[in-house]
Design a protein around this ligand. Structure first.
Ligand SMILES: *Cc1c(COP(=O)(O)O)cnc(C)c1O
Length: 409
């Protein structure tokens, strides 16, 4: 039964909130750790993390204390002035990525816009003139964001449809197929950008050979290799950056989602040798890297480091993944494939995934759909082995109920 306040909220959504999202399944009022509570007071396990955002769970005491303290001290000052939080965060991100420089922005798509601008500056440096070498190669099934540059980098009809003409200068290779990228390289190409694990595309991981092959291709043709870790980065796979497992050195990295633990922050790291391409006035943001979001991001990194979450995600995910992979044997008619790394898992179904996702929510587990009938699991990095198992139990029950009902029908 809907409570009156719930109806009021739903009515206001219907009347006043732009309908650019599908109908929302429930209203949330509170979060703590891996749990959220809906407007009816029901507790749900949040295995979507607000699309890979609430990386240390909801209202983590350390995060709350740091954000509250900063809110009472200095929230915003613009990039006309220095503040300690940005200095600390940039240094820490370089500690994970390598010798380089960091630019802070407000979202994943903005991080990628900065990467696209970096590619153009590199092309100008390489060719000696503006407008001769400016193209970027990205992958089929990629997702890089919704602003015009990132949208052009995202070759999906559902993203680009209705908004053409696209920004020019993009071409698309096949994911995990170096040759298809090599075939697109000519003097007008400046960079290649890929996700280490495609999240919106259905949880498809780049193979180490693919990333190594792209690195070689980029080296041969003096192209930048840009890695979009907006979804798979910041510890989600058990490594701080997922690309690390392939041993490659990217020229630049885009990050966002999990970095702020819930506040809007994006970041770009670029190698020192490219840092000189940007000079005062060449790029900027009013809000980016303000004291509040930097305090939040520094608190996320504190928790990841102090609670050794990378190691925990790497070890605890192994038996969980094995167990989830067993769903394919238990429900061969429903489960086509289970794939992923760490706390980023996709369960590809042979049937419509939405009824099962609804069923899981009714049982108390929030998960997220993604392309190709895939149920996406993105638990917060603080999820324990027991909590992972509990979610797997719920999945088993939901799938077996689905089968029983289909059998009775
Ligand atoms: C979500 C996502 C983006 C876009 O991030 P926004 O913060 O929504 O702009 C870009 N790249 C990848 C890989 C993503 O998953």
């Amino acid at each position: 039964m809907n409570t009156p306040t719930q109806d009021t909220v739903a009515d206001s959504y219907a009347s006043h909130v732009l309908g650019n999202y599908g109908p929302q399944s429930c209203q949330l009022v509170r979060g703590e750790g891996i749990y959220v509570w809906d407007a009816e007071g029901r507790r749900l396990m949040d295995f979507g993390s607000g699309i890979a955002v609430t990386s240390i769970g909801h209202s983590h005491p350390h995060w709350v204390a740091q954000v509250q303290q900063q809110a009472g001290k200095l929230v915003h000052c613009s990039n006309l002035y220095q503040h300690s939080g940005q200095a600390k965060l940039a240094k820490r991100l370089c500690g994970y990525a390598g010798k380089g420089k960091v630019f802070l922005c407000n979202s994943g798509t903005e991080a990628n816009e900065a990467l696209i601008k970096l590619a153009r500056l590199h092309g100008k440096r390489k060719s000696g003139a503006e407008g001769k070498c400016y193209k970027m190669l990205t992958a089929e099934k990629a997702f890089h964001g919704r602003t015009f540059g990132s949208m052009a980098a995202t070759p999906q009809e559902k993203i680009q449809g209705g908004f053409r003409p696209m920004l020019e200068g993009f071409a698309y290779g096949k994911f995990n197929d170096v040759e298809s990228f090599a075939a697109l390289v000519d003097d007008s190409v400046a960079a290649i950008m890929v996700e280490t694990i495609q999240g919106e595309g259905g949880i498809h991981a780049a193979t180490p050979e693919f990333l190594q092959g792209l690195r070689k291709l980029c080296d041969e043709h003096e192209l930048l290799l840009l890695i979009d870790e907006v979804q798979c980065g910041i510890g989600r796979t058990g490594a701080f950056f997922a690309y690390k497992q392939s041993g490659i050195n990217p020229d630049a990295i885009g990050m966002a989602k999990g970095l702020g633990g819930g506040v809007p922050i994006g970041a770009v790291w670029l190698r020192d040798e490219h840092a000189g391409l940007f000079h005062p006035g060449s790029h900027g943001t009013t809000f980016g890297g303000n004291p509040l979001v930097c305090a939040a991001a520094n608190a996320v990194l504190d928790v990841i480091e102090e609670d050794t979450l990378l190691q925990k995600v790497a070890t605890q995910s192994q038996s969980w993944l094995k167990r989830l992979q067993g769903l394919k044997q238990t429900f061969p008619n429903l489960v086509a494939e289970v794939r992923g790394q760490g706390y980023m898992v996709g369960i590809a179904l042979r049937v419509d995934h939405l009824p099962i996702i609804n069923r899981l929510r009714q049982r108390g587990l929030l998960v997220i759909p993604t392309a190709g009938q895939v149920i996406r699991l993105l638990p917060p990095l603080i999820a324990t082995a027991e909590q992972l198992d509990e979610a797997a139990d719920m999945l088993e029950v939901a799938l077996s109920e689905y089968n029983q009902e289909a059998g009775c029908a």
